[in-house]
Design a protein around this ligand. Structure first.
Ligand code: PLP
Length: 488
């Protein structure tokens, strides 16, 4: 494809993308294809001769789109949202045009410098302490691919920090602490790095947030058993139910025992943009105690996947763990200490120019536009909660958190369902969820104390009150048929 052909295909692509966005409301959220559909539709090998791009673009429409689950649909309420904004798309497009792996400052000074600036803008938006600013020269912010990678990177740095002061401790004696609410990224990091992890119980009485007492008790037990606690991953807004750890409390314990505190706020962190939610989202604890902190712009934060923002209080702890500089990666500027080389703040070498789309989004929305988006999601979620609470057929399983509602169907006893029989209620709810999916209301599930529960999360820019209302109507409509099916 030459440049003029690209111009034509590019205009056509934007036209088609706009048409796609306009069509979203008329599409199903869930794809209807069967497993293996695409292999059947595609040739067994790539073409020997290049094909016409019109045909390729048509195949995207005809073969790929039918197999897409429409995360950008206004009625997408599963998992957590994944942002897609025009600004984010354009940022990706421009970034692709200057495609470069940006690992050292000299690879493209603008890539590194823009990232350092927008991460400071973002730190200010979310109320983070000046210690996390790149301008501090000590701490700083970096864009990683995902919260999992931010977490893993933090664990690598925490491990290196611990082993520097305890060089004789065998690796397998190091213990990473997570809770039953922590995302599986904690367990995965421990697994990858050959470390022990201990999963701490959190209880309904504490709203499923970790408290100082149980954390301290676990540390004492493990130390007495000859283990070496070195890190806690705390969560603000857990995946399952949106639980929030008591970061100030457990941060103080982490400090007393000299543990690294990483705070994972992958989904909920963007709420910190709104000052009225900073207390609830533990900003003070984060600012006082966290060694590292992560939130995903690419979930609810208006920036297309991927853009996971990670801040570190002491960048040297990252670079000490990750800076390996063979001759071919050395640069004069790095030797002089005048630049950031982001390759030393992350696991891979190459990196995408992600800051461009964050820059576009923050400028086009403005900080107020960003806050408005968050507040709108929370307001819609309150409306949805009121609807669920208005129906005696539903039980809200855990207190609604930000824009996440966890509920289950708990019909009246005259329906024939024994409410005290957890297994029976679970089966009923599994059946109910299948029916919701068949009705194109895609909601994902979780387990709360062995109760099969259903999650509904709001966060798309396109979602309006009518979509919430429609979701609730489907929920109500499917109760009767589910009970009928269950009775058979
Ligand atoms: N942490 C939390 C609290 C999450 O909810 C999720 C995903 O939903 C993750 C981490 C993992 O995010 P990522 O896909 O960016 O690794």
């Amino acid at each position: 494809m030459d440049i003029e052909e690209f111009r034509k295909a590019g205009y056509q692509a934007i036209d088609r993308i706009c048409d796609y966005f306009y069509s979203l409301g008329d599409r199903n959220v869930l794809s209807k294809v069967e497993p293996g559909y695409l292999r059947k539709a595609l040739p067994a090998q790539a073409p020997e001769e290049g094909e016409n791009f019109d045909k390729i673009a048509d195949d995207f429409k005809d073969l790929i789109l039918p197999g897409i689950t429409h995360w950008q649909h206004p009625s997408f309420f599963a998992y957590f949202p994944t942002a897609s904004t025009p600004e984010g798309i354009l940022g990706d497009l421009y970034a692709s045009s200057v495609s470069n792996p940006g690992f050292n400052w000299i690879c493209s000074p603008a890539c590194t410098e823009l990232e350092a600036v927008v991460m400071d803008w973002a730190a200010k938006l979310f109320g983070l302490s000046d210690a996390f600013l790149n301008t501090s020269g000590v701490g700083g912010g970096v864009l990683q691919t995902t919260a999992s990678e931010s977490g893993l990177t933090a664990v690598v740095a925490a491990r290196a920090r611990y082993l520097t002061t305890h060089p004789d401790v065998p690796l397998e004696k190091l213990v990473l602490y997570v809770t039953t609410q922590t995302h599986s990224l904690g367990n995965k990091a421990a697994l990858i790095l050959g470390l022990q992890y201990r999963t701490l119980d959190v209880t309904v009485d504490d709203n499923y947030g970790l408290r100082a007492k149980s954390f301290k008790q676990a540390l004492e037990e493990d130390k007495a058993a000859g283990k070496h606690p070195f890190m806690l991953i705390a969560t603000v807004g857990s995946t399952s139910i949106g639980a929030i750890d008591h970061v100030s409390e457990v941060g103080e314990v982490a400090r007393q025992y000299d543990l690294w505190l990483h705070v994972d706020a992958a989904w909920a962190g963007v709420v910190l943009a709104c000052p009225e939610y900073r207390g609830m989202c533990q900003l003070e604890g984060i600012n006082t105690y966290a060694h590292s902190f992560c939130l995903n712009f690419h979930k609810w934060g208006l920036v297309n996947f991927d853009a996971s923002a990670m801040w570190i209080r002491d960048r040297k702890l990252l670079t000490d763990a990750l800076d390996i500089t063979p001759t071919y990666l050395r640069t004069k500027e790095a030797d002089e200490g005048t630049v950031i080389d982001y390759r030393n703040w992350q696991l891979p070498l190459g990196r995408r120019f992600r800051s461009l789309k964050v820059w576009f989004v923050l400028r086009s929305f403005g900080l107020n536009g960003f806050r408005e988006h968050i507040r709108k999601g929370i307001a819609l979620s309150k409306k949805f909660n009121a609807l669920v609470e208005s129906s005696p057929q539903f039980e809200i399983v855990t207190p609604p958190s930000i824009t996440l509602t966890v509920f289950r169907l708990l019909p009246s006893t005259d329906s024939g369902v024994d409410k005290s029989d957890t297994e029976a209620v679970n089966q009923l709810n599994q059946m109910y969820q299948r029916r919701l999916h068949a009705a194109d209301l895609f909601l994902t599930q979780t387990d709360v104390n062995k109760m099969f529960s259903i999650r509904l999360v709001i966060g798309s820019t396109r979602t309006e009150e009518e979509h919430i209302q429609r979701a609730f109507e489907i929920m109500v409509r499917e109760i009767g048929p589910t009970i009928e099916e269950w009775k058979k």
